[in-house]
Write a protein that binds this ligand. Sequence first.
Ligand code: SF4
Ligand code: SF4
Length: 346
Amino acid sequence: MIFKTIVKEDLKKLFNVHLKDVECVGPKQVATSNDGKAVYQFLPFESFDEINLNHEKTEYSAKTYFLPFRETLSTFNFKNGDWDQEIKYRKQQRVLVGLHPCDINALVKLDKVFAKDLFPSPYYRSRRENTFVIGIDCDKPCTDGFCASVGADVVTHGFDLFLRDIGDKYFVKVGSDRGLNVLNKISPTDISPEERKSYRKKTKEFLAGFKNTIRVENLPNTLDIEFESPVWKKWGDKCLSCGSCAMVCPTCYCYGVSEQISMDFKKSEKVKQLYSCNLLDFAMVAGAHNFRPARETRLKYRYYHQHRGFVESFGEPKCVGCNRCGRACLANINPVDVISDLQMEL
Ligand code: SF4
Ligand code: SF4
């Protein structure tokens, strides 16, 4: 890994001068919450002054720029007893700036499923390959996140450039060739011993600031043993089956595909739409049989996918500990409380 430093003004110049013709997306304040905190979303911006890289965390994740809520997979035209199919992939370049370690670790997990597993998705890959990712370390842990517990508080790959604020400069990790090419447009400098020291100090302060933790070492086994635990009913009874948790989650990727045919039978469209395992009909099959009719079973399986199934497939949890699901949940269901409750059972 190559490390450099840049002065903060130069990052602004990079966007306002060198990247002005590329679509840029970053954390923009969209509202203020009832308790007076700024609410951020990843949104397109024209000028660097519209975004804030000191944001706490965005309400929704950046997932939508790789796995949009709804996308057309292909369109079909039927003519003279024959048909043709059209498939489009996104090729336009995009820069996504301001992703925190949890956000980038979430992308690395999605890569495992959609870019590297047995059946890579060309739709996901074209978006991922055409998106230049600039991440930034959090100054301090967010109030309710538990990324350190699930190993998502540091990043080693999955980005082009990764910044840490060290005062009047950014300490930059270069994660790709194209990252270095872009960085070279603003004359980065080699790291001085003083800057290295500032970086270490800031990182140490960040790691010492975590208050929210869960124990995940033995969680897959705990989940196996506690499959019939009353804890699932306790939390399942509160769940509204709204699916908000999966929509805001940076790693929830379950989806459905439907075929929409025009009234004159001349065209059809295959549409993919993200779905949530908490929704009532998620496990419904032909004949209207529902394998998970009870709320507790659907809630339980979301936790099993995050903390057991994904571990079995990829050796790590799917959850990156951002607690966006906990914040979005109207029933106050959050991973720290559910998992702690489950561990109390043992
Ligand atoms: S956001 Fe909360 S209430 Fe809605 S489905 Fe998820 S856990 Fe249930
Ligand atoms: S399950 Fe919740 S805490 Fe874990 S990555 Fe998804 S939104 Fe974040």
